[in-house]
Design a protein around this ligand. Sequence first.
Ligand SMILES: C[S@@+](CC[C@H](N)C(=O)[O-])C[C@H]1O[C@@H](n2cnc3c(N)ncnc32)[C@H](O)[C@@H]1O
Length: 198
Amino acid sequence: MPDFSSRDPLAPGFWDERFERQFTPWDRGGAPAELRAFVAAAPASLSVLIAGCGSAYELALMLEAGWDVTAIDFSPVAVARAKSLAGQSADRILQADFFDYAPPRPLDLVYEQAFLCALPRARWPAVAQRWASLLAPGALLAGYFYFDNVAKGPPFGIARAQLDALLAPHFDCIADEAVTDSVPVFAGRERWMVWRRR
Ligand SMILES: C[S@@+](CC[C@H](N)C(=O)[O-])C[C@H]1O[C@@H](n2cnc3c(N)ncnc32)[C@H](O)[C@@H]1O
């Protein structure tokens, strides 16, 4: 691993440095299989927020499906990368902090991928609260959740009981599936999950 100067994953500079130096082991290089199946099966066009989007490969897939998508990231370097990949859809990517961003329209879905596990565990209750406040009853939180108990991170893995404790006050789990195309850093330790806001 390169020797980085920024050690605080709560600071945008931490992520800037890793994108600048192309140390992005979480980056899947495209939209993953379970998400593709979920988008293909969705009964309607959805209003979506991709939080902590990084390269935002999912954006193109969701836009092709006719979804109304906004992708946000607080790292200027991540946003520049995502915009360069998005081409004509670059205006769907915003530099914004997940904890402050106010969507202009009600959301049907928040997409989760390597965002919760990017943040130190002490921040998780605030993430869960924010998810709950962004989504009205019936709306969905869907994506990839990383399960591990190694103290050091990121990625910071969660235990299933801990995830239930975080989300069960606001959400019901309606899908929980094995993942077929993980990148090595998550292999065998992540699940595709869909949680519905109560
Ligand atoms: C591990 S990366 C995952 C990126 C992308 N979701 C993926 O799977 O490739 C975590 C991302 O979350 C972003 N991030 C962390 N805290 C954030 C916050 N408070 N608001 C917005 N983005 C944040 C980082 O800048 C980084 O791009």
